[in-house]
Design a protein around this ligand. Structure first.
Ligand code: F6R
Length: 366
C-alpha cells in the first residue's frame, strides 16, 4: 500500500508531479487560454465584487493561504487577509456580506476552520472551500468550492495537500486576473504554460533526494534550525520549519529573511543551521546579503538555489539545486527539497514519520 516506499510520507512526496497534474487537468487549457472551475464560474460575480478575500485555515493549509495571499494580490489585485481559523473565530472579527471567505483544509474536518466558516456564513459572507477530502464537512458547509485532487493523504505531515492547494489557489487567482484584466494577456498565458511545466519540474526537484539525505546525515543531531525566505518563499520557510518540527522533533523556526536583524540573528553561531530559500527569481540580491549576514556570524548555511546559481554557492555550506520557474510559482518547487530534508532527518533520528507523537491527521477538536 506504500507503493514500495518506506513511508506514506515519502510516497506522497513522490506523488506530487502526478497529483499536481490531476489538480489542474480538465481545468486549465493553455492552448485555448482557459481556466475553468465550475465553483468559480458559477460565482464569478461574487469574487469580482468582493471587497476583500479572507482566507481561513490551520497549519500547513494556512501556509498555503499565505502563498495565495501573495499570488491573489499580485495577479488579481484583490486585498487578501490570511487568518488562523482559531484566532479568527474568537476575536469578534469584522465580516461583511461582500467579503469572500476561502477556507482551506485537506481533511475538510478541522474543527476551528469549520467553526470559522459558520461564523462567516452567519455574517453573510460567501464561503468557498478548498478541500481535498470529497464530501467532507467543510466541503459540504461551504457555499461552493474547488477540490484539490491530491488523493488520500495518509502521512500526518501534509505534503501533497500543500502543493495541490497552491495549485488550485493559483488557478483561481489567474481566473480572476483574466476577468479583471489585472494581468497582461501575455503574462496570463505565460503563467498557464508555466503551470503545465510544474509537474516536470517537481519531478526534477525530487532528484535532490540524495543530497537531502546527505545533508540530513550531517545535521540530524542539531537542537535548532532556522528557515528563511522572502516574498513568495517566506511561507515556504514557515512550512519547512513546521515539517521539521512535527516529524523530527527538532525545534525549528521560519522567518522572513529580512526580519533576522530584528532579533533572531542573535541566535546565530556555528551550531545553528540556517536553511535559506534563495531561488534566482524574486529578491535574490537581498537574500544574498541576508546570507552574508549569517555567514559573518559563523552560521551554517544550507541554501535552496536555482540551477546554475553562482552567488549563493560562494557563501553556503551546502546548496540544493532546483529548476527555475517564475517567482510566483516557485513555492511549488522550493518546497520539495525541504520536505525531503525533514523526512530524512526524521528517519535518521528513528522517528515515527507517518504518525508523529501527539498529532492526529484530522484535528476535529478545538
Ligand atoms: C502539518 C499538518 C497540520 C494540518 C492542519 C490543518 O503537516 O498536517 O498542520 O495542516 O491540522 O489540517 P487541514 O488542512 O486538514 O484542515
Amino acid at each position: 500500500e506504500k507503493g514500495g516506499y518506506d513511508h506514506f510520507m515519502l510516497k506522497e512526496i513522490y506523488e506530487q508531479p502526478s497529483v499536481i497534474k490531476d489538480t489542474y487537468r480538465g481545468r486549465l487549457n493553455s492552448a485555448q487560454g482557459i481556466i475553468k472551475m465550475s465553483g468559480i464560474e458559477d460565482n464569478l460575480e461574487k469574487f469580482l465584487n468582493a471587497n476583500r478575500i479572507i482566507i481561513i485555515a490551520c497549519g500547513t493549509s494556512w501556509h498555503a493561504g499565505l502563498v495565495a495571499e501573495y499570488i491573489f494580490e499580485e495577479f488579481a489585485r484583490i486585498n487578501v487577509e490570511v487568518e488562523y481559523a482559531s484566532e479568527f473565530r474568537y476575536r469578534n472579527p469584522i465580516i461583511n456580506s461582500n467579503d469572500v471567505v476561502i477556507a482551506i483544509s485537506q481533511s475538510g474536518e478541522t474543527a476551528d476552520t469549520m467553526a470559522a466558516i459558520k461564523l462567516a456564513k452567519e455574517a453573510g459572507a460567501f464561503v468557498f472551500g478548498v478541500c481535498n477530502v470529497v464530501g467532507s464537512s467543510i466541503s459540504r458547509e461551504s457555499h461552493a468550492g474547488a477540490y484539490t485532487h491530491a488523493g488520500p493523504e495518509i502521512g500526518v505531515a501534509s505534503t501533497k495537500a500543500f502543493t495541490t492547494q497552491i495549485t488550485v489557489l493559483t488557478m483561481i487567482a489567474l481566473r480572476l486576473a483574466k476577468a479583471k484584466g489585472t494581468l497582461s494577456h501575455s503574462d496570463f498565458h505565460r503563467y498557464l504554460l508555466e503551470l503545465e511545466l510544474i509537474p516536470e519540474k517537481v519531478k526534477e526537484a525530487l532528484e535532490t533526494n540524495d543530497i537531502a539525505e546527505e545533508i540530513a546525515a550531517t545535521f540530524k543531531d542539531v537542537a535548532n534550525c532556522l528557515y528563511l525566505g522572502r516574498g513568495y518563499n517566506f511561507p515556504v520557510a514557515l512550512e519547512g520549519a513546521l515539517k521539521l518540527k512535527e516529524i523530527s522533533y527538532i525545534h525549528a523556526e521560519g522567518y522572513p529573511a529580512a526580519e533576522m536583524k530584528h532579533g533572531p540573528i542573535a541566535l546565530i553561531d556555528e551550531h545553528m543551521p540556517v536553511i535559506v530559500v534563495a531561488p534566482i527569481q524574486g529578491h535574490y540580491d537581498k537574500i544574498v546579503s541576508n546570507i552574508q549576514e549569517i555567514k559573518s556570524r559563523s552560521g551554517r548555511i544550507i541554501a535552496i538555489v536555482t540551477k546554475g546559481d553562482t552567488e549563493v554557492r560562494k557563501l553556503a555550506d551546502y546548496v540544493i539545486e532546483i529548476p527555475e520557474t517564475s517567482d510566483a510559482l516557485s513555492p511549488l518547487i522550493t518546497t520539495i527539497p525541504l520536505q525531503l530534508l525533514s523526512y530524512h532527518i526524521a528517519v535518521l533520528r528513528g522517528c515515527n514519520v507517518d504518525q508523529p507523537r501527539n498529532l492526529a491527521k484530522s484535528v476535529t477538536v478545538e
